[in-house]
Design a protein around this ligand. Structure first.
Ligand SMILES: Cc1ncc(COP(=O)(O)O)c(C=O)c1O
Length: 362
């Protein structure tokens, strides 16, 4: 089976982890600082703060901006649940607006219509590594005095007109094993605002200004040096991984042109293909099973929009967001990771084409 994701961990990462284990400095040592410097450079920002997960990054970004009870945050329903959950976890209200039918990212027009006096922030998601429409969202946020928190968990090194995502507002990234680079579990907040960086650093580590001087109620959401050591090596490989993902996608886009629909990439946007996603109108799950039987792994990101998750239904999110709901029924992710061989890519294109010509379960 051609796997849907495969972390690219080699002897360099192994040696780096061993080095940390032998150093005796397992937490908040040189590796975390080096990873933060390197990741800030990738994102074109002055500061990156490493944390334990992408969820922690979103959570601390919201807290650092003072977002809490009574505040509304406009975001996408077509994302991983952590996007909405972190808004709820700080006591604020997620306001889900529908996605654009072509990019699957937030529709800026609907965002504008959803702004109320309670709105504090817009949280666009750069879904699948395809940047959201920041050319429209940034001026909108600026004109209304709103904060932008980018859920860039899937979009390492994605960019718009050469400017990396995570630099348009406060960025939140994940380094989960399936992501474009990994630290096992891990996350980072990116910012050009020293005050936000300082708040995030405080909240990440028990609100301590210096050791045993607690000036805020904080958490322990730190990244270990073992994780950061993996991250430092991965950072050195990021450009190569990204190039390969983009080349793999170019091949599949060419072979599957006119066969299946894929998300639109806006002009000047650099999509880094965390996922390569096709639309399967009809019985998507039967199509996926047939593809699996032919040796091609698949994923569904995401089968249910956030507002339709049981926990949100219980909270009374009785919304109708038809574009996101239809996408959830139809999307299917194909393998795109950097370890795919030319043969793998040819197999994926051939089998998807064959199944589309002989529809399954439709
Ligand atoms: C869009 C999005 N937001 C948030 C997260 C949460 O990141 P993590 O799993 O590292 O907590 C993820 C990761 O799965 C994600 O894809």
């Amino acid at each position: 089976m051609i796997s849907i994701a495969r972390p690219q961990i080699g002897p360099e990462e192994e040696a780096a982890v061993l080095g940390v284990m032998r150093s005796g400095m397992l937490a908040q040592g040189e590796q975390v600082a080096a990873f933060e410097r390197g990741f800030a450079e990738v994102c074109g920002v002055s500061e990156a703060i490493a944390v334990s997960s992408g969820t922690a990054a979103l959570h601390l970004a919201l807290l650092a901006h003072g977002i809490g009870p009574g505040d509304e945050v406009i975001t996408s329903p077509f994302s991983f649940a952590a996007t909405g959950n972190t808004i709820l976890l700080v006591g604020a209200t997620p306001v889900f607006v529908d996605i654009d039918p072509d990019t699957y990212n937030l529709d800026p027009e609907l965002v504008e219509r959803a702004i109320t006096p309670r709105t504090k922030a817009i949280m666009p998601v750069h879904l699948y590594g395809n940047p959201a429409d920041m050319d429209r969202l940034v001026p909108l946020a600026q004109s209304r005095g709103l904060v932008i928190i980018e859920d860039a968990c899937q979009a390492h090194a994605a960019a718009i007109h050469g400017r990396p995502v995570g630099s348009f507002g406060t960025g939140a990234f994940s380094f989960y094993p399936t992501k474009n680079i990994t630290t096992g579990e891990g996350g980072a907040i990116t910012t050009n605002d020293p005050a936000i960086a300082e708040k995030v650093r405080l909240l990440r580590s028990h609100g301590q200004k210096e050791r045993y001087n607690h000036v805020a109620l904080g958490y322990n959401l730190r990244m270990t040096d073992l994780q950061a050591a993996i991250g430092v090596v991965q950072l050195g490989k990021l450009a190569g991984f990204t190039e390969k993902r983009i080349a793999n996608a170019a091949y599949l886009n060419e072979r599957l042109a006119g066969v299946v629909k894929t998300p639109t990439v806006l002009p000047g946007h650099k999509h880094v293909y965390h996922q390569f996603t096709i639309r399967v109108p009809g019985d998507r799950d039967a199509f996926a099973r047939a593809l699996n039987e032919r040796g091609v792994g698949t994923g569904v990101h995401y089968p249910r929009p956030i507002h339709q998750q049981p926990v949100y239904q219980e909270m009374g999110f009785a919304l109708s967001l038809p574009v996101a709901e239809q996408a959830a029924r139809e999307v299917l992710c194909l393998p795109i990771h950097p370890a795919l061989s030319d043969d793998d890519l040819a197999t994926i294109a051939r089998e998807v084409t064959a199944l589309t010509e002989q529809p399954v379960g439709r």
